[in-house]
Design a protein around this ligand. Structure first.
Ligand code: 5AD
Ligand code: SF4
Length: 477
């Protein structure tokens, strides 16, 4: 196949984009008429569960809704359109979303013209769509991750015909370029560089609900990042389920390290981050590019999942602890100041006490700055859900032990930062401690300090005078 054909295979055809634009125009006219008749705009409320990829998708949902003439609001009770963007990674996330959707029943009773749409990973699963069909009759439409761009069509058809709509998954998961984006922040931005996952880790639902890997073209990503930098964005995170395989799926003649090199050429005062990396694909070329770059933060999120080779095999992770340690030592050789974080799953089927101790001992050996740890949650349709499960109380007890070990390690890791000055991107008054401002260091550590309103969205320099497992504290200088 030629490069052009490969691209065409991957990218949503232009006719499809144009068809949606026609619905946008139609709805905008309708919403303008509503504004004239009622003296106020129709409002949209978007609720997001799950990962940064979902946050990024929600910024597109809001962008599309605003282009149709809706105005964003922060309360479901004020909305004419509610969109719930769901997650399926663990059962807890699904139950939470269903419970919130359940609470919208009374909003619909009060306002029958309210439209409720449920989208994202959870509703890419047939059994969850069936459940919404049967038990949540006030949900007007659902659309999965492959149909995000169809929001205008769904609203238009639901408004015209009144019938509930359950959008089937597209025959192919494609990259939709050019959707409008309304970003939450004016200085931090997410940029999706690829979608989907090919890895089929045996516990994970993502490949089933987000389809196969497909990458955006380098020129589209570079153009988006260039515009963000020009608009004053200071901290830009490139997103993908496995950014290390960027480009490979689409047969592009460039890889992730090449993309990073191209972005690093851009002029401006900004930091670039990326997530998530997979240890089987994280290569030295990528680490070399990071180490010699001007803009790439010295921060690496590298999910290890388990410290037992036997469990890593059962998880279908395709690396072992030796390979993991090899990447870590190269990272630290090239960037001694690198912040290293990881994901760990506790209680994967068949995990013995010895396997679990293997994980604890890897935590000690590697010394992660921070961990995102999860209790294994069986996901319908994945191989691990069929394996023999670990009792809930054992999973819970191991989880507590893991947290205690990691707290000690994180406290030790943060101590050497006391006395140092760090550049911190300020997020404004802290939500957890209103007497202080908070922000993130280059290593993405939370830093508390006495700030002022004009610091928000800017880099400030902070001398660290105290550290605990979760945060650094200091004075602006
Ligand atoms: N149960 C618990 N944690 C999971 N993750 C993915 N699937 C599951 C599951 N079934 C975790 C992994 C992944 C992170 C995003 O979520 O650690 O890296
Ligand atoms: Fe899930 Fe594994 Fe893909 Fe990550 S790499 S999204 S854990 S299947």
């Amino acid at each position: 196949m030629t490069e052009r054909e490969l691209k065409q295979n991957n990218i949503l055809p232009q006719e499809e984009v144009e068809a949606q634009k026609a619905y946008v125009l139609q709805l905008r006219l309708e919403n303008e008429r509503y504004l004239e008749a009622h003296g106020k705009r129709r409002r949209v409320f978007v609720l997001t569960f799950g990962c940064q990829q979902n946050e990024a998708d929600s910024e597109k949902l809001l962008g599309m809704a605003e282009s149709m003439g809706y105005e964003s609001c922060e309360e479901p009770g004020l909305a004419d359109l509610i969109l719930v963007n769901t997650c399926a990674i663990r059962e807890h996330a699904e139950l939470k979303a269903l419970s919130i959707v359940g609470q919208y029943k009374h909003l619909k009773a009060k306002n029958p013209s309210l439209l409720i749409g449920v989208c994202g990973c959870m509703v890419t699963q047939a059994h969850r769509v069936d459940e919404l069909k049967r038990r949540y009759p006030y949900v007007d439409f659902t659309f999965g991750t492959s149909s995000l761009h169809r929001l205008p069509q769904l609203i238009a058809e639901k408004s015209a015909k009144g019938k509930r709509l359950f959008c089937p998954e597209e025959s192919a998961y494609l990259v939709a370029e050019g959707l409008p984006i309304t970003r939450k922040s004016t200085y931090r931005a997410w940029v999706s560089i690829m979608y989907g996952c090919n890895n089929f880790c045996s516990y994970c639902i993502v490949p089933y609900v987000r389809g196969r890997e497909r990458s955006r073209e380098m020129e589209s990503v570079v153009a988006e990042v260039r515009d963000l930098v020009a608009a004053g964005y200071r901290d830009i995170t490139l997103l993908g389920q496995n950014v290390n395989s960027y480009g490979k799926d689409s047969g592009y003649p460039y890889d992730f390290a090449d993309l990073l090199s191209a972005l690093d050429q851009l002029e401006g005062d900004f930091l670039l981050r990326f997530m998530t990396s997979h240890p089987k694909d994280a290569d030295r070329k990528l680490i070399d590019v990071m180490a010699s770059s001007r803009h790439i933060a010295h921060q690496f999120h590298l999910p290890m999942q388990s410290g037992s080779d036997r469990i890593l095999r059962a998880m279908n992770r395709r690396y072992d602890t030796a390979r993991y340690l090899d990447i870590v030592s190269y990272l630290r050789e090239k960037m001694p100041d690198v912040t290293l974080t990881s994901d760990i799953i506790v209680g994967f089927p068949g995990e013995s006490e010895e396997d679990f101790e293997g994980t604890l001992s890897m935590l000690e050996r590697v010394g992660f700055d921070m961990l995102y740890s999860f209790i294994y949650s069986p996901r319908k349709g994945t191989p691990a859900a069929e394996m023999e499960q670990i009792p809930t109380d054992i999973k819970g007890a191991r989880f507590e032990r893991l947290l205690a070990v990691q707290n000690k390690i994180a406290t030790e890791k943060n101590q050497p930062l006391v006395g140092r000055t760090l550049r911190v991107l300020c997020d404004g008054v802290s939500k957890t401690n209103e007497a202080l401002y908070s922000g993130r260091s280059e290593g993405n550590k939370i830093v508390f300090f006495e700030g002022s309103p004009e610091d928000t969205g800017d880099f400030v320099t902070v001398r660290i005078d105290r550290a605990d497992a979760f945060a650094l504290y200091g004075q602006k200088c």
